[in-house]
Design a protein around this ligand. Structure first.
Ligand SMILES: C[S@@+](CC[C@H](N)C(=O)[O-])C[C@H]1O[C@@H](n2cnc3c(N)ncnc32)[C@H](O)[C@@H]1O
Length: 207
């Protein structure tokens, strides 16, 4: 008798199932306000080549592409890629400022040292915690030397289960300090109501 496979967060089928079932509670329906504010701030990055890891429905891809960045949305869920493709197409940015890779973000090494920036919003907290150090190295590999990793972290040390999984702020420094220099780190004041006091924004450069 065949056995039924149980999918985990490491499987694209797990995420595809959530998209298909409309169980995308993480999706804000807009770019995260702290990233919107950051993009307009004096610390804003100048446009360059950016990978958005686990791009989901592509709100941040669209925002950065509209701001002049050459953005590649990466996701292994077909639904996420289709949704982001539609957004970029409707904005007239597909193929000029917006690109997609339907890929496992841990396996895209032909793009090593290709990006000026990597962006994470709600992807790090969604991967298996056992893979967090590997995620940090993957981000480092994707960046050019001196390239920057921009991340809006969802910090919830006491969370049980997941995704999203528990994250303590100190873990960010432990995992990334070895190969990155933290340049900016603050608690944004404009998180959506449900995430107030639980977000942390960092910009770090690859050593
Ligand atoms: C919690 S969602 C966040 C989506 C989006 N960043 C947002 O904030 O709305 C996590 C996304 O990461 C994708 N993902 C998870 N593991 C992945 C992997 N190994 N490779 C590529 N995409 C992955 C999932 O398919 C999902 O779209």
């Amino acid at each position: 008798m065949g056995q039924t496979r149980v999918y985990t967060v490491e499987d694209k089928e797990f995420w595809e199932g959530l998209y298909a079932g409309g169980k995308t509670a993480w999706d804000l329906g807009q770019p995260a306000p702290p990233l919107v504010t950051f993009l307009k701030s004096p610390y804003a990055l100048k446009p360059g080549r950016m990978a958005v890891l686990g791009c989901g429905n592509g709100h941040e891809c669209l925002m950065f592409a509209q701001a002049g960045f050459e953005v590649t949305g990466v996701d292994f869920s077909k639904s996420a890629i289709q949704s982001t493709t539609r957004k970029l197409h409707q904005a007239g940015l597909l193929g000029t400022k917006g690109y997609l890779l339907e890929r496992d973000l841990f396996k895209m090494h032909e793009y090593d040292h290709y990006y000026d920036y990597v962006l994470d919003h709600c992807t790090f907290c969604a991967i298996d915690p056992a893979r967090r150090q590997s995620y940090a190295w993957t981000v480092h590999d994707l960046l050019k030397p001196g390239g920057k990793f921009v991340s809006l972290w969802w910090v919830r040390p006491d969370r049980q289960g997941g995704p999203p999984f528990a994250l303590h702020k100190s873990e960010i420094f432990e995992l990334f300090d070895k190969k990155f220099k933290i340049e900016i780190a603050y608690e944004p004041q404009d998180s959506v109501k449900e995430r107030k006091g639980q977000e942390f924004l960092t910009v770090m450069s690859a050593r």
